[in-house]
Design a binder for this molecule. Structure first.
Ligand code: AMP
Length: 398
């Protein structure tokens, strides 16, 4: 069985083709700069990286180009599109309507479109992707896997904001959380890796990439998460501020005469590691800055790790303790400095990092706590695409 996974953003489409017999990736790639004159597709073929310039004015043309590259020319991996059994889509904001992955029927698409105002940049792009596939392969089953779905198990006292209640009832203003597919994948995978059951397990999953979020997972279910109505809340990120006094927002708007676009730009694009360090949003550049003696880079790193540590403490409190702390995504998988900064000082909770194991671990599944640590610290590389492919397979097989 072959499943195509699509992740349609506003100006990009990423894809991966899976052979579900052995869960292997046959090929993967992505189109960037959709709608711009210098759009291109890049892909991996037999371990080689290839980039082809191609005009891609909009999403249907993008999906068409992906289909063409899959079936024709030097990089073809299937002879006919009908070899595809299903398409799985990453869908961003499912609001309260979707607590698990679903077959994308016209009724479901209508409900999904009703969530558009919660993610005005992302959801319309997802819809375009689904429609583009439908136009080209009208009969293929398509499945939606939502970033927000995993967090729909949060209790009301965790997801509510202390705002007038009508804003929740009438406009859906509440915490939804994101990166749900990643948090779900690693929280399932860690149980297989450690040979434990989700029932009774108090797990904290730290997805530390360019965007970052932390989730408290109890009995295999999300009970709290750091991102909120939008992916701006919570941790300090590459360019996002994360948690900030709401009063600071009105202060900044008044002081600098910013409109909503201006303040959103400041908080989403000019803050975080980039804003504090003045150097870069990339953690590798921050570390290089520290090595050069850059004081603001040091500060940015310490703030970044401190914020993760505070959330770990908060979620241990929320779950009445913690058994496993898990790191994943770009910086969580690759940077031992982040894991060290986020867990040192938590010995009072029974958290004991093994320095040698931590330093040796780079993007592999590993336990990095010491043998006598009460709490296990684990690294599990995330794989959102595989999770989407697995959900798609489960749904098309009924
Ligand atoms: P992501 O959004 O998951 O791709 O993560 C990006 C973040 O991970 C950036 O801050 C990178 O500095 C950091 N990172 C560190 N090492 C690596 C690596 N080997 N590959 C990718 N990202 C890395």
């Amino acid at each position: 069985m072959k499943i195509l996974v699509l992740n349609c953003g506003s100006s990009s489409i990423k894809y991966a083709l899976y052979n579900m017999e052995d869960q292997s990736v046959v090929t993967s790639g992505g189109i960037e700069k959709i709608g711009l004159p210098d759009s291109f597709i890049k892909l991996k073929y037999n371990g080689k990286k290839v980039q082809i310039d191609a005009p891609v004015p909009e999403h249907t043309a993008g999906v068409q180009l992906i289909f063409k590259v899959l079936t024709e020319g030097d990089y073809a991996v299937i002879s006919d599109l009908h070899e595809l059994d299903a398409v799985g889509h990453r869908m961003v904001h499912g609001g309260e309507r979707f607590s698990k992955s679903v077959l994308l029927t016209p009724e479901v698409m209508e409900q999904f479109a009703a969530c558009n105002d919660l993610a005005p940049l992302h959801n319309p792009a997802n819809i375009k992707g689904v429609n583009a596939v439908k136009a080209l392969l009208p009969d293929i089953p398509q499945v939606g896997v939502f970033d927000t779905a995993f967090h729909q198990t949060m209790p009301d006292y965790a997801y509510m904001y202390a705002l007038p209640y009508d804003l929740y009832k009438q406009h859906g203003v509440r915490r939804y959380g994101f990166h749900g597919t990643s948090h779900r994948y690693v929280s399932q995978r860690v149980c297989e890796f450690l040979g434990v059951k989700p029932e009774g397990l108090r797990l904290i999953t730290c997805h530390i990439g360019n965007g970052g979020s932390i989730t408290a997972v109890k009995d295999g279910r999300s009970v709290d998460t750091s991102m909120g109505l939008t992916p701006l809340e919570g941790l300090m990120m590459g360019t996002r501020s994360g948690d900030i006094d709401a009063g600071a927002i009105t202060f900044l708007m008044d002081k600098f005469n910013l409109d909503t676009k201006g303040i959103s730009n400041l908080l989403n694009k000019q803050s975080g590691l980039a804003g504090v360090s003045g150097l870069s949003s990339d953690f590798r550049d921050i570390l290089a800055g520290i090595a050069d003696g850059n004081e603001r880079a040091r500060l940015a790193k310490e703030m970044y790790c401190y914020r993760i540590k505070k959330y770990i403490g908060a979620y241990a409190a929320a779950m009445g303790g913690v058994d496993v702390i898990l790191f994943t995504a770009g910086a969580g998988e690759n940077q031992y400095e982040v894991r060290e900064g986020a867990t040192k000082g938590l010995e009072f909770l029974g958290v004991k990092l093994d320095d040698a194991r931590n330093r040796a671990c780079r993007a592999t599944e590993a336990v990095i706590s010491s043998d006598d640590s009460k709490v296990k610290i684990v690294v599990i590389p995330t794989d959102e695409e595989l999770m989407i492919a697995l959900d798609t397979l489960a749904i098309v097989q009924g």
